[in-house]
Design a protein around this ligand. Sequence first.
Ligand code: FES
Ligand SMILES: [Fe+2]
Length: 370
Amino acid sequence: MSTYFKTADTYVTGSMTLPQKYYTSQDVFADEMNRIYKNSWVCVGHHSRVAGAGEYFLADVLGESLIILRDKQNQVRAYYNVCRHRGTRICEESEGRFSGSIQCSYHAWTYGLDGTLIGAPFMKELDGFRWEDFPLNPVRLHLWEGFIFVSLSQTPQPFEQAYAPLLNRLQRWNVGGLRVHTRHVYDAATNWKYVFQNFNECYHCPTIHPMLNKFTNYTSAENDLVEGPFLGGYMNITGGDSMTMTGRMCALPLGDLSTGIEKRGFYYTLLPNLLLNIHPDYLMFHMLFPTAPGRTTIVSEWLFNAEAFDKPDFRPQEAVDFWHITNLQDWHVCELAQLGVTSQAYTPGWYSPRESLLAAFDREYLRIME
Ligand code: FES
Ligand SMILES: [Fe+2]
């Protein structure tokens, strides 16, 4: 094991799963959206999705529609998708490219990519109308390793402070230089925390993932982030060179493979909504957007070395298929957990020693909620 990675056993005998209300109560759900999602930096995508000036996509965060775009100065920006005239939703297409400006279709008020109001029919005739008072409302945004984070808080914790334990952890994979290849949107009938918790253990791998289980021994999991909002570790890949349908690498490596990452998969959960899944030749990440106590939209994207796309042996589908199959197995079992937790027979159960990160997740969650 590399000295870079430290492990610690945080398992506390007798740690138990959360009580029912945390998965089913509308009040708890509203409270956690306020305390956890609104007060945190929420990931909405990777900057390679808006590679050129004018490219945009819409993100739904806490019931708000946000326009994420790249402006002419190559800056990624975020705005509320709300016209400053009468408040109309401006953009309907979930992604696309603005030809230099953003126009509301209702009365043609028009905004620059920097958000300034640049056109508003007949408003020039009015004394006292100050155009500079009506730009698109900006949303706080931070880029880290190419991931786009937004905050809807009025007083967000500075990103560097909130993400201090992680800031340099991804450097070896050159994540900012990767490019999105495939994007899947899943609608799962489960509480968002079940997705986090399921991601944090491979105790279920032998039964739920027969294909994946041939590649990694679930007992090889080593955790190197074991307490707080960021949790996870790695597993050795023993059944092939990467986690793909064939077991072969399907693209150029992500980073410097001389540093001991060549035969490992790394798995991290970042509160509130980002799950990272890093392999030698690709990175898959999930973003969670809870919509109800028992419902979560999960957006998954597969990223590859930008230089791999033109290579004749680029076979991204081998990675996409591998995890799409695995994802569906995971979401299904999370849905079964949701069905079970609504029963009057449900009572908290004991976590096993292979589920120490779940207990750590619950500790952090309850610290914020109580
Ligand atoms: S509401 Fe947008 S231009 Fe009137
Ligand atoms: Fe799984």
